[in-house]
Design a protein around this ligand. Structure first.
Ligand code: ATP
Length: 363
């Protein structure tokens, strides 16, 4: 059995009617069977076009798509072992749950008994048995999502494709639905390919993520790899809040490198690879990894608080380090005494832990 559910080989799509615009540019991806895989990137980066090519709604300009080892170039959408779930799930409001789920097989004029059996089977799979006669308006958001899944599962696809299905929901409902969808995917064990521009959504739900930008895949990895070890400035910036500091490498000692930020502040970084003295680099550190202390502490980096914003679980500080650079610090509010620790104008010390800083060689 082939463990690779979907493989994209040098896949490109040029839109001739859009000034030969290269919407997808030479993508290579291997998506493992049973994986929750997200295509993540800003609007217009080519996520939907990639998904539509896998579904067969769009023809690649070059490259090949394999689904469970079979090339798709001559396979019509209808014959592919994939099914697409669209935004807001588009359930038919005037049909019952059972009728919504049966729809795909009804269109194929399959025998009544077969349809009834399949509907009963998929309703068990999505845990909706007993709700057959309800209408979508009589269901919660999570139950409606499961009807949409059942409707997509009725033809036993190997892969389900999702194009921003939760895009129009408010934040709280969206988070509930994300968790529920992830749970269903784990229960069903089916490969999900999920398009989103929401980095938090991709981090919460995915086994692996491909970050796309201008038609290309910049990085593929688990949520932890993508968040903690981005390999480019774009990925670091797109996935969550980030600090970038520019500096010059001034010292190498064993596994650490010292970088002089803005020709003023020496910052020590854990780094094992080769690096040339005097090269200019970008340091990248997440705000929650930076610690903030009173001015009388022993830490060496001093700054001045420019802004404080209370955000419930955390307080977010902007601390000016040099004329050119500020750093964002996110400090957890574990106790009431944490709430008003530092105010605008206060002199503070900050600590950048050497093993939480990454060096990006692009500036
Ligand atoms: P969004 O999140 O906004 O949907 P996306 O990452 O899914 O963005 P695509 O929909 O794949 O992006 O579009 C990629 C680029 O290709 C866009 O610049 C878009 O304008 C262009 N494009 C998409 N479909 C067509 C088409 N049928 N004809 C011409 N250009 C298109």
């Amino acid at each position: 059995m082939n463990d690779c559910a979907v493989e994209l080989q040098q896949l490109s799509k040029k839109f001739i009617d859009n000034k030969d615009f290269l919407a997808v540019n030479n993508i290579n991806l291997q998506i493992t069977a049973g994986e929750f895989f997200s295509l993540l990137g800003p609007s217009g980066c080519g996520k939907t076009t990639t998904l539509r090519m896998i579904a067969g709604f769009e023809t690649p300009t070059s490259g090949e798509i394999f689904i469970h080892g079979e090339p798709m170039s001559h396979c019509l959408p209808f014959h592919r072992r994939v099914n697409t779930v669209f935004q807001n799930y588009a359930l038919f409001p005037h049909l019952t749950v059972a009728q919504n789920v049966a729809f795909g097989l009804e269109m194929e004029n399959r025998p009544r008994r077969e349809i009834q059996n399949r509907v009963a089977e998929v309703l068990v799979q999505v845990q909706l048995t007993g709700m057959e006669k309800r209408y979508p308006r009589q269901l919660s958001g999570g139950q409606q999502q499961r009807v949409a899944l059942a409707r997509a599962l009725i033809k036993q696809p190997a892969v389900l494709l999702f194009d921003e299905p939760l895009g129009a929901l408010d934040l709280k409902l969206r988070k509930e639905m994300q968790l529920e969808l992830k749970r269903m995917q784990q229960r069903l064990g089916i490969t999900f390919i999920y398009v989103t521009h929401d980095q938090e959504e991709a981090l919460t739900m995915s086994d692996r993520i491909a970050v796309m930008h201008q038609g290309r895949v910049l990085q593929v990895g688990t949520p932890v790899e993508i968040y903690e070890n981005p390999t480019s400035r774009f990925v670091a910036d797109f996935i969550g809040e980030t600090n970038f500091l520019i500096g010059r490498v001034i010292k190498r000692h064993l596994d650490t490198v010292t970088v002089l930020v803005d020709e003023q502040l020496p910052v020590c970084v854990s780094y094992e690879d080769e690096i040339a003295l005097n090269s200019i680099v970008t340091l990248f550190v997440r705000p929650e990894k930076v610690a903030i202390f009173p001015a009388n502490s022993n830490e060496s980096l001093q700054g001045k608080v420019e802004e404080t914003v209370y955000i419930g679980t955390d307080t977010r500080y902007i601390v000016r380090l040099t004329e050119q650079s500020c750093i964002i610090v996110r400090s957890q509010n574990l106790h009431y005494s944490d709430l008003h620790k530092f105010n605008s104008g206060d002199t503070v010390k900050v600590k950048l832990p050497p093993d939480s800083i990454r060096i990006l060689t692009e500036v």
